[in-house]
Design a protein. Structure first.
Length: 116
């Protein structure tokens, strides 16, 4: 059974930094893309970035390109999202999942609130 636990959210200033973590457990994710998604209040969930578990191929949404960095630590079975200068980003709950996402794998997410 896939289990994904997000952490690291909190309050961040517009010009600050924050690192989110996603601890994975369950079947091996080798060959899969692991992704971060986010959902702001009243908005649909949207894709942020993904990384291939093996090989490290990355892809970012245009809105975060150059400011956010996705990475993974295979030894720790953890995926990270480094958020730099979130600036105009809305407050949102960030989730990790495979890409395409598995319905049963959605966790509670971790909330990020951006202050000016």
């Amino acid at each position: 059974q896939v289990q994904l636990v997000e952490s690291g959210g909190g309050l961040v200033q517009a010009g600050g930094s924050l690192r989110l973590s996603c601890a994975t457990s369950g079947p091996t994710f080798s060959g899969y893309f692991m992704a971060w998604f986010r959902q702001a209040p009243g908005k649909e969930r949207e894709f942020v970035a993904h990384i291939r578990w093996s090989g490290g191929i990355k892809f970012y949404a245009d809105s975060v390109k150059g400011r956010f960095t996705i990475s993974r630590d295979n030894a720790k079975d953890t995926v990270y999202l480094q958020m730099n200068s979130p600036g105009h980003e809305r407050t949102a709950v960030y989730y990790c999942n495979t890409n395409p996402p598995r319905i049963e794998a959605w966790g509670q997410g971790t909330q990020v609130a951006v202050t000016s």
